[in-house]
Design a protein around this ligand. Structure first.
Ligand code: PDD
Length: 282
């Protein structure tokens, strides 16, 4: 069952006009919210970002936080998986024809949501870590908008896939922006470093939460530019997102990072992340 425009219905019965501007132009925004044992994690933060994305493309909120919470509850109640994610997408809706400008008319937004089972780190991956690659960041300047226009991200992710890596880390003029669908952290000399918030990256909810957790553990956190050589010479690399939590990267472009296994700072923040999740659930 999925949610579409006010109704819960089987995926196979869902119908959207081919004139929907999401389909024609990628004219819309989305969110992805982790749901643990039926409870949406950091929901308010995700909904605030949704409002910010909508405002940035001249759209208004379509549902209240209570309405979203009810939709999430209904969708996740179908599946007992302990870790799920809610994908939600709002497009500007279907126009009368294919015109780039949406004009003065008030279109009815298309609102879609579905639950997805999360596949978090396996026991083996926790021991070995995963691989990533680097590739140029070819995206636009407004990546803080969680736009459904994801072609450069998709092409970067596909490059990672073909090289047996779990993520493509994007470099803009020799500096790390973020991953194709994640934020990036490095550890150097016990300091945790991530790129500063700018319009060129998504303001990850997990990124913000990790900065808070690290401070609680008295780990020095720096929000400053990370060069390609900082990345290559780091002690630890992590990629973070709502769908994958905190992934330790132990190989970058087929070369070993740090000691080649997930590092001690990752372990410390990861433990605290899992503990905070448990606390939120109790
Ligand atoms: N992606 N940067 C990009 C480009 C992303 O697509 C994502 C998340 C993040 C991490 O943001 P957060 O911590 O709020 O999930 C950073 C989601 C999960 C997706 O595209 O499905």
């Amino acid at each position: 069952m999925i949610y579409l425009n006010g109704q819960f219905l089987p995926l196979a019965d869902a119908r959207i006009s081919p004139l929907d501007r999401g389909f024609l132009f990628g004219d819309g925004v989305y969110e992805f919210i982790p749901v643990y044992h039926g409870k949406a994690f950091l929901l308010i933060e995700h909904l605030q970002r949704l409002t910010r994305s909508l405002e940035a493309i001249n759209m208004k909120d379509v549902l209240t936080a209570k309405q979203w919470a009810d939709i999430i509850h209904t969708l996740c109640a179908q599946d007992p998986a302990p870790a799920q994610g809610i994908y939600l997408q709002i497009t500007r809706g279907a126009g009368p024809n294919r015109q780039h400008a949406y004009g003065a008319q008030d279109l009815t937004p298309t609102v879609f949501a579905m639950a997805i089972t999360l596949h978090l780190l396996s026991d083996m991956e926790r021991k070995t870590g995963l691989s990533a690659i680097t590739t140029p960041d070819t995206r636009w300047e407004n990546c803080y908008i969680k736009s459904i226009n994801l072609l450069p991200n998709i092409l970067a992710a596909q490059q990672a896939y073909t090289r047996d890596a779990c993520e493509a880390i994007l470099l803009d003029n020799g500096y790390v922006t973020e991953g194709s669908s994640s934020n990036v952290f490095i550890v150097k000399n016990n300091m945790l470093i991530t790129a500063p918030k700018s319009q060129g990256i998504l303001w990850g909810i997990t990124r913000e939460f990790i900065l808070q957790l690290a401070q609680e553990k008295n780990i020095t956190c720096l929000e400053k530019p990370i060069s390609e050589s900082d990345l290559q010479n780091s002690d630890e690399i992590w990629i973070t997102s709502s769908g994958r939590e905190i992934i330790p990267i132990t190989k970058l472009n087929e070369k070993i990072i740090g000691t080649g296994i997930p590092g001690p700072i990752w372990q410390q923040v990861e433990n605290h992340y899992q503990y905070s999740k448990e606390k939120f659930l109790s």
